[in-house]
Write a protein that binds this ligand. Structure first.
Ligand SMILES: Cc1cc2nc3c(=O)[nH]c(=O)nc-3n(C[C@H](O)[C@H](O)[C@H](O)COP(=O)(O)OP(=O)(O)OC[C@H]3O[C@@H](n4cnc5c(N)ncnc54)[C@H](O)[C@@H]3O)c2cc1C
Length: 475
């Protein structure tokens, strides 16, 4: 059979599209096959509730896209990507009616944290200054020779710490502790676990250095921007093309798979060597999520004024409460008061809802593969910090673990991280190698969030996988 394309990419998530663009830019012919009717994977938007209310189906807030060294090289503005910076990137309300906030400015944030001013500034100021260096260091496989060892050491020492330990040793008061704990909870790890601090440091630093922006019109505009640029480079995308088996692919010199390791095992049927196959089968999932989108008649009536000006809100109360909740989730317990992440895009983007009305995006952490309807729990958490919230609800749309998996097999069990991000799986993602994208199958590479640097919309997994393919299969 003759070669039809230089490379086939399976899946049009941000990593699939990043891989496809990298290969196209190098002059190769590339075909992307996408199972869904629309491109984008975790970067899609749709009218999930009522006509005129544009919701983000998966990702909503984009510090990693805005700070991605790869995306920075792309002409995404020309293709309609317009970042909106909410006045306050993140607010974390507390039960006394106040909120701890992460502002763009480190000093302003530190000043707002009262007696923890100095500790916050000492921790975050050098990291923010070094963001560009750090982003290239941690947005690649862990096994590499650092180009900025000093900056990396300054980040790495606190990053290795459990978040509870770092919070309690650095901060004396609840606002700073809760703020840090909420960001660390993005790790989906118990906050007593090593490296849980890394997530707070990366996302917190990104908040200061590049913001926690939202794209005007919804996350789909990022996917469309990537897809349209790829088309301009001569690439081709076919939607509604689910790939069940690698043998079904058109002939090519390289195949890049924006799929999970578990799916790869099925797609490769029995072709994988036993040791590699076993390694992939043993790769562990992260806990899951339950997602809910609302159409609202008015903005959320937050008690804390700052929450009315913030793009993202973390609901979980004090450090001790968030730590208890996340610990329970790791043990498989369904939380009574879950940790809820909220985005209120329509406060800053009028294209998202009919005039005067609003959308609200929220999800909470649950154990892996949990299909319990968490709507009432999420609403109780929002009511706790915004009494009267329920009266604003016009419509809701929910997604359990099974719904998420049906919409995208990469989200099996509601795991949105592409596999747990504990220390061992950050280092060996999904295998221990300086080129973990390479598989034992000649010319076949993994490029999804289950490869370094992991979850989030940044395209770096796809970029690095494509670079490996360019050096090997396509050289
Ligand atoms: C609810 C939710 C909220 C999130 N919030 C954020 C956020 O705010 N900010 C952020 O940075 N990240 C967020 N994320 C994470 C982010 O969306 C993912 O980490 C990112 O999209 C991973 O990109 P990817 O390209 O590896 O995979 P995906 O985005 O999952 O894309 C994979 C694509 O491959 C396709 N595919 C899979 N299997 C096959 C097959 N066999 N044949 C053909 N096509 C196939 C899928 O349909 C999909 O389009 C969120 C994720 C979810 C689910």
């Amino acid at each position: 059979m003759s070669i039809e394309y230089d490379a086939i990419v399976v899946g049009s998530g941000p990593n699939g599209l990043a891989a496809a663009i990298t290969l196209s830019r190098a002059g190769y012919s590339v075909l992307v096959l996408e199972a869904n009717a629309t491109v984008g994977g975790g970067v899609r938007s749709a009218e999930l509730t009522l006509p005129g209310f544009v919701h983000d189906v998966c990702s909503a807030v984009h510090p990693l896209a805005a700070g991605s060294p790869f995306f920075k090289t792309l002409p995404l503005e020309r293709f309609g990507v317009d970042w909106i910076q909410p006045e306050i990137p993140l607010a974390h309300p507390l039960d006394d009616g106040t909120a701890a906030c992460l502002y763009r400015d480190v000093d302003f944030t530190a000043d707002s944290l009262g007696a923890d001013l100095r500790a916050y500034r000492r921790l975050m100021k050098p990291l923010t200054r070094d963001w560009e260096k750090l982003a290239t260091e941690f947005l690649q496989p862990m096994l590499h020779l650092p180009r900025h060892p000093l900056a990396l050491a300054r980040f790495g020492i606190p990053a290795l710490c459990p978040a509870t330990l770092l919070c309690k040793s650095l901060f004396k008061h609840e606002p700073a502790r809760a703020l840090f704990a909420g960001i660390a909870a993005h790790s989906f790890l118990p906050l007593e676990a090593p490296v849980s601090s890394a997530f707070a440091l990366v996302l917190g630093t990104a908040g200061h250095a590049v913001g926690w922006p939202i794209p005007r019109g919804g996350s789909q505009t990022i996917a469309n921007g990537l897809a349209n640029y790829f088309a301009e480079l001569g690439g081709r995308i076919e939607t509604n093309r689910r790939v069940e088996n690698l043998d079904d692919l058109p002939k090519s010199r390289a195949v890049l798979l924006d799929v999970s390791p578990w799916q790869f095992v099925r797609m490769a049927s029995n072709k994988l060597p036993a040791h590699y196959r076993q390694r992939l089968e043993n790769f562990r999932h992260a806990p899951g999520i339950f997602k809910i989108d609302y159409a609202l008649s008015e903005p959320v009536p937050w008690q804390a004024e700052a929450c009315k000006r913030a793009g993202t809100i973390h609901l979980g109360g004090a450090l001790s409460e968030i730590a208890r909740t996340e610990r329970g989730i790791a043990r498989g317990e369904i939380p009574e008061r879950p940790f809820v992440l909220v985005a209120q895009q329509s406060l800053f983007d009028q294209t998202r809802a009919p005039r005067g009305q609003h959308i609200l995006w929220a999800y909470c952490h649950v154990p892996f593969d949990c299909n319990t309807d968490m709507s009432a729990h999420i609403e109780a958490q929002i009511e706790r910090f915004a009494p009267g919230f329920r009266d604003c609800i016009l419509a809701r749309h929910t997604m359990s673990a099974s719904d998420l998996e049906r919409s995208n097999p990469n989200l099996a069990g509601g795991d949105i991280s592409g596999g747990a991000t504990d220390f061992s799986q950050l280092v060996a993602r999904p295998t221990l190698s300086p080129t973990p994208y390479r598989t034992p199958l000649r010319g076949v590479y993994l490029c999804s969030a289950s490869t370094p640097p992991g979850g989030g919309v940044h395209g770096m997994c796809g970029y690095h996988a494509a670079r490996a393919a360019l050096k090997e299969a396509l050289s």
